[in-house]
Design a protein around this ligand. Structure first.
Ligand code: MG
Length: 437
């Protein structure tokens, strides 16, 4: 019996607001879907697809292909029913462990629609099993674009086949013999657009735990820019005693043996994809889509030059923040750069800041005084109540001193007046004028 061990990781990345990828771990089926569509539509598309796949009974290549077509119908129906979801779609790549043709044997079925990928890591070599259904990959297959040019082509996000675009979809499928030690990698384009195949192979070589490997690959994609959602599923073949076991052992014992597949078995099917179409017919090599459908990803997702746009955005935001911080600092400086003589708890006080405060900055007590508001001379009380601004603490103190002096003078005058008006003693005679010299 073949046993599988799996690990998965997914992340929104550094640029996107939400994660429109979805992963499915539902042994014997594993899948990655990469949704597209405005607002939450992409998220819904990929989720509907994997949930539909999860509900399907998969026991053969045909049944997995049929399950993907069912998933397509589910996404298409949902988009048709809800105008807000119109135009949504999703990629879907999946593998499933199914009974093989040989007695007691098992095989891995690989299916794909879109540009999420399935790789096989066998004998230390990483091989891409699926073909991308994208405009640039069509051009690469036609020899009109090099793989290097395709990696950075501005239209590399335009897909020629997705789930949800029509009521039926063409599904590419492959059969692969599983060998102990093989690893299958399913991923969205957020991985391979950021991390090259050599680096991916290096991680799969070094990290034995599939969970660790999946997380490391996602981390590398984020470090590489994280311009898209990134999802990774790693499925390990940990035991196998089916028809390929002996060859696998040979491959392990003798590293120079190529691939180690049992001769004449389904290994050819792993190279030549079969195709299921809406009519249920299949078996032919996949016919590349001749006309890109209107649901090209470019219509639903930002242009791929996100790094440049992002850095501009970052610079812009940084600039705006710097201006705001500078303006706040200037306001704070202005608000705190002065003193005023005002009132606190019916006592005259020296406060730092503008009378009444400025925006969010309220004046604070600098010094209290012994002078009560009642003692302030009538003619100056209004000024104190409004807050008498002074350019410095020393100036404010001088103002308070002048208030105290005036208050004291008035107090004395009042006392004198009172004393004068309360006595009955006659005024003394005026002094005699000085004699003339
Ligand atoms: Mg993507």
């Amino acid at each position: 019996m073949t046993s599988l061990r799996s690990g998965a990781a997914t992340d929104t990345g550094q640029v996107r607001a939400n994660n429109q990828d979805a992963v499915l771990i539902a042994e014997p089926v594993f899948a990655v879907a990469d949704g597209m569509g405005g607002h939450a539509a992409g998220e819904i598309a990929s989720q509907v697809a994997v949930e539909s796949l999860q509900d399907s009974a998969v026991s053969s290549l045909d049944s997995l292909v049929e399950a993907v077509r069912d998933a397509n119908r589910s996404v298409w129906q949902r988009a048709s029913d809800d105008p807000e979801l119109h135009g949504m779609g999703t990629t879907l790549c999946a593998i499933a462990l199914v009974p093989g043709e040989a007695e007691g044997g098992e095989q891995i079925v690989v299916v794909n629609v879109g540009d999420s990928r399935v790789y096989q890591f066998h004998d230390g070599e990483l091989t891409q099993l699926t073909d991308d259904h994208s405009l640039v990959e069509d051009l690469v297959r036609e020899g009109r674009l090099s793989p290097q040019e395709a990696r950075t082509h501005p239209q590399r996000n335009i897909l020629t086949r997705v789930l949800g675009n029509d009521s039926d979809v063409e599904v590419d499928s492959w059969l692969v013999d599983p060998y102990r030690g093989d690893r299958f990698l399913l991923c969205s384009d957020g991985l391979f657009n950021e991390v090259d195949d050599d680096k991916i192979a290096s991680v799969l070589r070094q990290l034995a735990d599939p969970e660790d490997a999946a997380h490391e690959l996602v981390t590398l994609a984020i470090q590489g820019g994280g311009r898209d959602n990134v999802s990774v599923v790693v499925v390990d073949v940990v035991d196998h005693d089916g028809p390929g076991a002996a060859a696998a052992t040979v491959a392990t014992d003798a590293p120079t043996t190529t691939m180690g597949r049992a001769p004449g078995t389904a290994s050819m099917a792993a190279v030549e994809p079969s195709t299921e179409t809406g009519g249920g017919g299949g078996g032919a090599a996949p016919a590349p889509a001749t006309t890109p459908p209107a649901s090209a990803r470019a219509s639903a997702e930002p242009a791929p030059s996100t790094r440049r746009v992002t850095w501009r955005s970052v610079l812009f935001v940084t600039g705006v923040v710097a201006v705001l911080v500078g303006a706040a600092g200037a306001v704070a400086w202005y608000a705190r750069s002065t003193y005023h003589v005002g009132v606190q708890d019916d006592q005259v006080a020296i406060l730092r800041g503008r009378p009444g405060g400025l925006l969010w900055i309220q004046p604070t007590l600098a010094e209290s005084t012994e002078l009560s508001l009642d003692d302030v001379p009538d003619g100056r009380r209004d000024a104190v109540l409004r807050g008498k601004e002074e350019p410095s603490l020393a100036a404010a103190r001088n103002y308070v001193e002048s208030l105290e002096d005036q208050a004291e003078a008035e107090r004395r005058r009042t006392t004198t007046t009172t004393t004068t008006t309360s006595t009955t003693l006659p005024l003394p005679p005026p002094p005699a004028p000085p004699p003339p010299r």
